[in-house]
Design a protein around this ligand. Structure first.
Ligand code: ZN
Ligand code: ZN
Length: 665
């Protein structure tokens, strides 16, 4: 097993995106590598870092010129070096981590780490690992990136490589592999090169950045152009979104307003042009998607290089003022789209959508250089098509016994573990399918108000982020543990009494559902998304001191045809009434912290596939519940899953039947 440590920092989007995408690619191409992504600024400076970060973001938003100055300071020949004393905590933390984990290769996506590592190994002849710097700047490379030595410097493109050569970095140490964008860019075909002139729509993606609230006029002028179809992404600003929806209401079919989205790869791959500020991630993603870019805002410092890349290499254009955008669009598509085709050709030349995979291969090769006596790592480089099916849920497989838990809370509401921690926890135990179901309180109800105040529930404006984080973890869980992760919500409809209170699980949801809906409406939304509606802890709980929620049970005749399954068991409780009424059932942990794992679970006998699992619950055949125990032989011998994803022995039917189980039919 090779170990790779990736160091990043949450300042600006580019560093984290690069780190995360490289980790995904490493885990994707090999089972024999352990990858850890660490933000030492986050963990060593804690709240101070949050302050520094918000100060940074504010600076970028309100005083871009000033931030330019700060970023330039990093470029000052001695700025970082003179301040290394101020990084003592970080240096000590990194020394501990390196000592403990003994990585074969360390990758940095933030310039300060190279200086810290240089400090740490000052007295040693040799570092015991390969050190690779992934430069996330383009062209105007801040010198802090290369003033401290690295074994290799990976850059996004040849022009940037040239800048490093000019600065005196040996050519042999530089690799222009492309920016490690998401693996999603290797999946879908981009729009065809030849823009169909004629009736065809020109699809334009407009990403509204910070401080661009006055985009309305430009949008109206864009929509006045013939054949333009506009997709507007406006972020988390609800007021701005409402405003834009109103302004574009008369163009219904030609204008789509999206708030925050995690579909950027898909959008870039399906639009002819993107209009945006020159942010680190979006510039590189547009290039990966071969989507020409019109830059309408440049924050001095890091973004200047990105803008230069677009402008100088004609991968689109940079405008001085936002109001020049509509004219430029007209020009791009005029004369049989001559200009657009030119942009597009240049993009094809420079674009490297599979850069994360190439970089991952390089990192693994370096691991072997660091340990030449060790065993060779087996790589599997699947074709693009396979990538897609692997990232989604599993390929068709014969039915087998699946260990499932459909009721799990994380730190998004009142759970103790974060989403990635929950995934690793269940993944290591060998679960086949889990659903994360954080609380969402109905704000119209008193308890909902209280709960929101006390941070016990996920807040409505965080829901999109919640979906995005679980989506990312879903892909990682499948690659790493061969475990299906579903997104869910526990809708808390709490009244003053137990008889007016209900908790409802929505399982395998695709997008957020508003909190202020009545139960039948909520269930309709869940079903519209292909999800399951499950009544959680529907009867009196003996062991917990949480309040009982009896509304659904009191009205079970009315709800029976709407509810897909009822929890017959919740953590340590068994609700025999569900069995007596012969209602479809499930057993779940209602997990809030690690010790809750020893509780009731569901066993399903079906294909390991999200749709098959849901269908199995709906039909409620081949469903059993099992009490997962600390001294459970199956767990104690850990025979369930010896190694993630490969050579796993399956939990056999007879063994499972030996557990305390209730079978339907
Ligand atoms: Zn509950
Ligand atoms: Zn719960």
């Amino acid at each position: 097993m090779k170990k790779v440590l990736i160091l990043t920092a949450g300042f600006g989007e580019g560093h984290n995106a690069a780190a995360r995408n490289l980790r995904d690619a490493l885990e994707f191409i090999s089972d024999e590598v352990q990858v850890e992504v660490l933000d030492l600024f986050e963990s060593t400076y804690g709240s101070m870092n949050t302050l520094a970060k918000s100060a940074y973001l504010n600076m970028v938003q309100y005083a871009p010129k000033l931030w330019g100055g700060v970023y330039n300071l990093l470029d000052n020949s001695k700025f970082v070096e003179n301040r290394l004393g101020g990084f003592t905590k970080l240096k000590n933390a990194l020394a501990d981590i390196l000592h403990e984990t003994q990585p074969d290769c360390v990758v940095s996506t933030y310039p300060v780490y190279a200086h810290v590592i240089q400090e740490l190994y000052r007295d040693y002849a040799e570092r015991p690992f390969t050190f690779i710097t992934v430069v996330t700047d383009a062209i105007t490379v801040n010198s802090a990136w290369y003033r401290a030595p690295s074994d290799l410097y990976c850059v996004a493109n040849e022009p940037t490589a040239e800048v490093l050569v000019q600065a005196g970095v040996p050519k042999a140490k530089i690799r222009a592999l492309g920016f490690p964008v998401s693996l999603l860019f290797t999946e879908e075909p981009a729009l065809p090169l030849r823009l169909p002139v004629g009736e065809e729509l020109r699809k334009i993606l407009y990403v509204i950045g910070t401080g661009k609230k006055k985009a309305g006029k430009v949008i109206e002028r864009l929509l006045a152009l013939p054949q333009v179809q506009l997709t507007i992404v406006c972020g988390r600003d609800a007021e701005l979104k409402a405003n834009l929806l109103e302004r574009t209401s008369e163009f219904q079919d030609r204008a789509h307003v999206l708030g925050w989205t995690n579909q950027m790869p898909k959008l870039l791959l399906s639009h002819h042009v993107v209009i945006s500020k020159a942010g680190g991630a979006i510039t590189q993603e547009a290039i990966a998607a071969r989507c020409p870019m019109i830059v309408n805002q440049v924050i001095p410092g890091q973004e200047e290089g990105n803008a230069q890349l677009i402008g100088d290499y004609k991968l689109g254009a940079v405008v001085e003022r936002n109001r020049e955008v509509p004219e430029l669009i007209e020009e791009a598509f005029g004369h049989k789209a001559k200009l657009w085709l030119e942009w597009r050709k240049n993009l094809l030349r420079i674009s490297k959508p599979d850069a994360a995979l190439t970089l991952a291969e390089l990192v693994l090769a370096q691991c072997e250089v660091a340990d030449p006596t060790g065993e060779k790592i087996k790589l599997f480089k699947p074709a693009g098509r396979e990538l897609k099916s692997a990232a989604k849920s599993g390929p068709a497989s014969p039915p087998r016994m699946l260990l499932c838990d459909f009721h799990i809370h994380t730190s998004y509401s009142d759970g103790k573990l974060t989403v990635p921690e929950v995934v690793d926890f269940y993944g290591r135990l060998g679960f086949d399918c889990i659903c994360i179901t954080d609380h969402l309180a109905d704000p119209r109800r008193l308890i909902g108000k209280l709960a929101r105040l006390s941070n016990m529930t996920v807040s409505e404006d965080q829901l999109e982020e919640y979906f995005e984080v679980i989506e990312r973890e879903r892909q990682r869980a499948w690659r790493k543990y061969n475990m299906i992760v579903m997104t869910g919500i526990e809708f808390n409809k709490d009244g003053y009494t137990s008889k007016t209170s209900a908790h409802l699980l929505g399982i395998d949801l695709k997008s957020p559902i508003p909190s202020a809906l009545d139960l039948p409406e909520t269930i309709a939304h869940i079903h519209a998304q292909g999800g399951l509606a499950v009544a959680s802890h529907p009867h009196i709980m003996k062991s917990e001191w949480g309040k009982n929620t009896l509304y659904l049970w009191e009205n079970h005749e009315k709800f029976a045809h709407l509810i897909d399954a009822w929890e017959i068991a919740n953590r340590h409780n068994i609700f025999d009434c569900v069995g007596m009424k012969r209602l479809p059932f499930l057993g779940n942990s209602d997990f809030h912290k690690p010790k809750h794992i020893y509780s009731w679970k569901t066993l399903l006998y079906c294909e390991k596939d999200a749709e098959a699992i849901k269908e199995c619950v709906r039909r409620n055949e081949h469903v059993s519940i099992t009490l997962f125990r600390e001294n459970n032989q199956l767990v104690a011998n850990a025979p369930l899953r010896p190694a993630p994803a490969t050579g796993r022995s399956e939990l056999a039917m007879p063994a499972a039947a030996g557990l305390l189980a209730v079978r339907s039919h």
